[in-house]
Every structure is written in structure tokens, then in C-alpha cells.
Design a protein around this ligand. Sequence first.
Ligand code: WT7
Length: 649
Amino acid sequence: MDYITSILKENRVFYPSHEFSRKSHIKNIQEYSKIYKKSIENPEAFWAEKALQLDWFKKWDIVFRNDYGFFKWFEGGYLNVCHNCLDRNIKSGKKDKIAFIWEPESGESKSYTYEQLLKEVCKFANVLKKKGVKRGHVVEIYLPMIPELPIAMLACARIGAIHSVVFAGFSYDALKDRIQDSKAELLITADGSFRNGKIYQLKDNADAALKECPAIKNVIVAKRANNKVSMANRRDYWWHELVNEKGISDVCEPESMHSEESLFILYTSGTTGKPKGILHTQAGYLLFAYQTFKWIFDIKDNDIYFCTADIGWITGHSYIVYGSLSNAATIVMYEGSPTYPNPDRFWRIVEKHKVTIFYTAPTAIRALAKEGGDWPNKSNISSLRLLGTVGEPINPEAWMWYYNVIGKNKCPIVDTWWQTETGGILISPLPGATPLKPSSATKPFFGIIADVLREDGSKANVNEGGYLVIKNPWPGMLRTVWNDPERYKHTYFEKFGVYLTGDSAKIDQDGYFWIMGRIDDVIKVAGHRIGSAEVESSLVSNEAVAEAAVVPFPHEIKGQAIYAFVVLKRGIKKSEELKEELKRHVAQHIGPIAKPDKIQFADDLPKTRSGKIMRRILKVIAEGSTDYGNIMTLADPSVVDVLAKDRVK
Ligand code: WT7
């Protein structure tokens, strides 16, 4: 049963236990409603009060300002994000508390206290300075899930450099595009990364990308895999050698950063063209990550928090690094695959480190549920008290499995809806307060006014699907698209004048939000955001291909997978081998996550008379449905039947 049909039938409600509510930050739905009402009546007062919990070098002059559609928070204020994540906690007595427990795929974990982490960060910050990195420079980071990754990010934040992390699962084309667009001069990478027991040649990818990135003058290489790599003379340096050089101190004063200076760029896929660099700034982002983490994950001093996301995505930025560290949490970061060496790896980690809060993605839940209930029962996972999910809609069946088998009917599930652009969670239950409905992200966080609109901008009825929008600014929102302010305005604000999320949703009779999925040409493959345009240009870059159109189709584990319609150049023979080659081509250029699951060769694609490919119709064909809607606007409506006949099942 597909997701939409199953949510339409969903009417179960689950309440947090009395015990859980009593100890939580927000204790019941009345308390939520009261604070929510106040927070949206006067968001500035709400956020200003919360901002006092951070350490400021100089307090702000003005809480919020709309500068012709570019939003500014806490102007006139100065702070340092790294200082707030580390020094501030050390000052308040947390110096020996564990910040990170790193669990490598090979199993020998290593931990860092807040004090140890600060020293490593300071040393590396001093290395960056010595290599000429200055406040406002962009530093590209292409690292796997090893401690050097958060250390490098925090070191950048400490000296006021802007980091741009590229997911280590991306390949050289994706890396090259991001480096070129961000204009970085320094790249941090590793000699390899581990997944499923195999070594991935990260440095080779980096070298391939760097051939077309002459602006990069220095490359710092972390040793992870003891893998033989080539090191370019006077460009490539080993991390461990640089930090151990004489004169590299473990003290580094944090830069005093203006609230609206840039903190990081993170690229994400959009409807058209190349990925866009989403820009987040200092104070508002930190505050939003801090406050959402605190209340949505109901964090307490003795919690052990495990988020399975990769830091290369926004989930890791906000809820492995900034939101969690600023709350002085103990965070488990895991390097490898959920199924290595067996499908109980996560549960083994939960048992080993006595994890209390566990945050993962629906695709992982579905994959692990499929392996059967015995795997979780082999570990003692009774330390768990709260579960979370993010990245795509979670179907009720997966939700129930998570709730029963992992949560043993006692752990609330926070289904957290948000995006790279939003900086932090916007719609989610508060675990001690909100009654849960499986598959619903429930209600907006404090200070957030979310709504569902029709095409004409009017408000949708109860239970009517439409465009999910956010009607007011919030501190964690993106500030612009890097190097492209016009694209920022056009993508997010042109259609309705309020923030357009790109998702469709409905609101039920109780004010609960049900997210139905992307409404644009973004595909969520296993929760990863892939633009159809990127996959299409990768396919077309293969010499056999004349034209390509890429759409999603429903997939049992991944949620959505990629279906590509490919028109070959004249004279090229259609064959199964060529399909495999094209799949490999995409995996090699963008990364394995962008690989089409299905390829259909076509002689023609459905186009409008002006030549625009109608992906909407291709999507219906890929789904195996015949519900095409109006096809009379096509230049040649007969192509639809031909394509449907040849569908790859
Ligand atoms: C898109 C944003 C935010 C962290 C990871 C993804 C989808 C995200 C949920 C959820 C239904 C969700 C949306 C959104 N999404 N969380 N709880 N329920 N859909 O960040 O890569 O920027 O993707 O992920 O479609 O627009 P992202």
C-alpha cells in the first residue's frame, strides 16, 4: 500500500507516558499551546529571551530586520559559535563530560571530552591560520564520519572561516561543482573511508576534482585508512603532521563574529540546474539549532544521543555538531553502514554506549524492519527513551515497527520535518507533550507559522492537500543562495510571497501536519535529496546519450528511487549492457546515491509544443499508472502509450 493511501486511513493516537511527560521540558499539550501562542504573537520577544542563554561578546542591538526580503537576526551582536559549543560548556563545569563517542565501522570506539575536543579544535584552527585561512574565507571539507570532520568544522567556526562540507559519498563531479561554486582555496579530505568493510578512495576523488579546481592551493589529508595515496608536492599535507608541528598551540582565541556573518554553506538540490549553496549565518542559526535540539530531543545531562545521519547533510550539521554540542550533549557518531557486519549494528551500538536518544531516517527503519524483529532482540536496547525520524515521510507501518520493536511501546517518536534551508526542525512533536499520530510530523515548533495553500494562494481546507509554506521568518532560516541572491528570492518567495518549502502537505481537523512529499523535481532517494536535473545532465554527459528525463518511482526501502528515460544518439544500439554502463556512469560522476534503479530507452519523450519535457506524465508512467491527466497539450500525445508499453517493471 503506498504512503498516501495508508495515511488517509490512519487514525491511531499514542500518548507519552505520565513518567516521560513529568520529567520533560514541555510537559503537556496545554503548555505547548500556551507557549506557542505567545511565541507567534511576538516571535522577537520569544527568540530574544532564548538568545540570552548563549554567550555573547557583545549583545545585539536589534532582534530582527527585513532587509528587502533578506532577513537579519540579532544585528549588532557578536559571538562565536565554536566558543558557545565548547568553551561555554567547559566554563559551566562540563570539561570532563564526553562530547563525542566515535564508533568506527571496525568497532574500536574513541571518545573526546569537551576539554579534549577544544584542544584538538584549537590546534587545527591554528593550522588553518598558518596555511593562510582568514575570517570570511571558504574552506571545503570532504571527509567521512571521522572525528576530524566536526573538528575541522568547529575550527573554521572558531576563526571565522566559512565551511562548505561535501558528503563523502559524493563523487568527483559533485565535489568539483561545489568547490568551483564556493570559491574555496583550501580542501580538507582523507586518505580513504570505510563502508561495509571496504575502503573508499576519497583522495582519488579529490584529486580528480582538483584537476578542474586550480583555485585550491592547499589540501590537508587526514589519515584514516592507511591507504597509499599520492601527495602533491607543496599542495598536499598530512593533518597529523601539521598539528604536531612545533609552535602549533592548543589555545586559539575565538574570533568575535557579527551575528550575520557567514557560518557555512551547504549545497542542496533544487528544481533546476546545479545544486545551490544554502548559506547559514552565526547567531540565528546557532540559537535555532540549540533551542530545537533542547526541547524536541528533550535533552538531559545524562543522555547519550545517537544520530545516524552523516555530517555531510544538514541533519549532521545541526544535530550532530551545533545543536547538540551547544547543549553539552554526549553524542555518538558512527562511521559505517547500518548493516555492517550485520543488520543489528545500530542496536549493538545502542547497547554498547547505553544510548538513550536515537535519531534516524525512515529508509533505515524500513531496511532494518525488513530483516525481522530478531535482530533488535539480540541486543539490550532498554536504555532507549526517545526515538526520532527525519528525511522523508515515514509510512505508518514503519512507524509502528519503530514504536513497538525498537521503542517497546514506551518511547515517544519525534517525526521531525525540516530542510537544509530551514537550519533546524520546524514541525515536530514535543515528546512529553504532543499526542502522536503515526506518520504525522504533528505541529509547528514555537515561533513557526506553517500553512497549506492552494495554487491560487488561498488557504486549503482541512485535509485538503496543497503547498506547504512558512508564513513568518525564523532565526535558523537560510539567508541567501551563495553567489545567487536572485535565485534565493525566486525559488523561495516568488510564488506566494512567503517561504515556499517545495513540499506538499495537508492539515487535519486537529491541526496536525501530514507531509506528503516533494511537489517539485526533487527526488528523495533513501532520504537523500537528488535533483532530477543533476542526474539528467550526468546521463547526457555520456557519449551515447542524446537526451534524458529522470523521475521518481515508489521503492519499498528507499521510499523513492530513480527512473530514467533515455534517448540514445542516432546509431547507438540499445542493450542491457549499456543500461548498466549508464548506471555506473552516474554513480562514478555524482555518487552511488544518484544511480538510477531503472532505465528505459525511449525514441521520444512527451514534450509540450514549446519543447518542455512533461516529467509529470513520465512520473505516472514510471509508477505504472495510467492517470495521466490532460495530455492534449503535448506536441505528440501518442508517445505516452508507446512509453507506457515499454515500462521497466
Ligand atoms: C526535504 C528536505 C532536514 C534534514 C534532512 C533532509 C523531506 C524531511 C521530513 C519528515 C516528511 C520530510 C521533505 C523536505 N523531509 N523531513 N519528517 N517528513 N518529509 O534535508 O535534504 O534538505 O531535504 O526532506 O521533502 O523538503 P533536505
